[in-house]
Design a protein around this ligand. Structure first.
Ligand code: PRT
Length: 283
């Protein structure tokens, strides 16, 4: 039985559960459950506190976990990252009050910095050869300078609005992070086959999210021109329409190329353009 840990509530919960479900794992989860069985995959899902997950993973209480890279780095656990998952993106940054001068990273020298990430900050300061006073706080780090508890802070930032509301400015990124799938090293050898199957499914789902299925009608005389603007995996599918001289072209395009491709296709003469999400992509 494969044991997978996800956060029990918080920022990672919804995306983690939805990813597992997109991989075809039917998780029978209810409110306040510690663990739930997966009906159609030889696995169970453990709902744990984010900060407890790395230790459980290293100790082999669970085999796999969906967790922020920042937490693994902070706790320095011996686990293996199998895939980056593209959600819960953030950065661990040093922020100064707006009116406090900052020229370069050396401006941190001798300052008192409040953080919930003391190990990550310590590693960073040592690497830069800077000495500063690290003040550990477990929550609401952003208020520390305003109440005179510290000169600056080191905290996670995503939109930047928390810093802005507290009169702080992001000065130095020390780590970039996103959710990842991490594995216990022993589990990798003992349960390699089922882990490989899950990683394969996750990669197919992530690939699908980056792509869209596109179909449109085009005069036969324009098929080659239209094909040339499609960054296709292979060549596009061409199906004849009842209307003589017209065909329907089907292909897959990347979300990032989407609007550019649509504009070019319209200019070439494409009609009835349909764009459909892709649920899974096995290539
Ligand atoms: O209680 P438990 O241990 O389960 O949870 P937790 O308090 O560690 O978790 P949670 O849910 O707050 O965060 C879980 C994970 O989400 C983190 O470990 C990160 O990997 C990731 N993540 C992504 C973030 C953020 N973005 C984030 N912005 N975690 C926290 N924040 C906080 C930040 O600390 C600050 O207070 O959000 C505020 C800043 O956000 P912006 O948008 O205003 O910049």
């Amino acid at each position: 039985m494969l044991k997978i840990a996800i956060q029990k509530s918080g920022r990672l919960y919804d995306d983690s559960l939805s990813l597992l479900k997109s991989c075809g794992l039917y998780v029978d989860n209810g409110m306040d459950q510690l663990k739930a069985e997966v009906r159609n995959f030889h696995a169970e899902v453990f709902f744990l506190r984010n900060s407890d997950i790395p230790q459980y993973l290293e100790d082999g209480v669970v085999d796999l976990a969906i967790i922020g890279e920042n937490v693994l780095y902070e706790q320095n656990v011996g686990v293996e990252v199998l895939a980056k998952l593209g959600f819960s993106k953030c950065r661990l940054s040093i922020a100064f009050p707006k009116n406090m001068p900052f020229e370069n990273i050396k401006s941190i020298e001798g300052k008192k910095i409040a953080t919930s990430y003391p190990n990550s900050l310590k590693k960073y300061l040592e690497k830069e050869g800077i000495s500063a006073d690290i003040h550990l706080i477990s929550g609401s780090v952003e208020i520390a300078p305003n109440i005179g508890l510290a000169d600056a802070i080191c905290d996670l930032v995503s939109s930047g609005s928390t810093l802005f509301k507290n009169g702080l400015e992001e000065k130095q990124i020390i780590l970039k992070s996103e959710a990842c799938l991490a594995a216990n090293k022993t589990a990798l050898s003992l349960k390699g086959e089922i882990i490989e199957e899950l990683v394969f499914r996750i990669q197919s789902v992530l690939k699908a999210r980056e792509n869209r299925y596109i179909l449109f009608n085009i005069p036969n005389s324009k098929i080659n021109e239209a094909s040339a603007v499609l960054p296709v995996l292979k060549s596009p599918t061409v199906l004849p329409l009842l209307d003589e001289g017209w065909s329907s072209l089907h292909s897959v395009i990347q979300v990032k190329d989407f609007w550019g491709v649509i504009r070019k296709l319209k200019n070439i003469g494409a009609q009835g353009i349909l764009v459909i999400p892709v649920e899974n992509m096995v290539i």
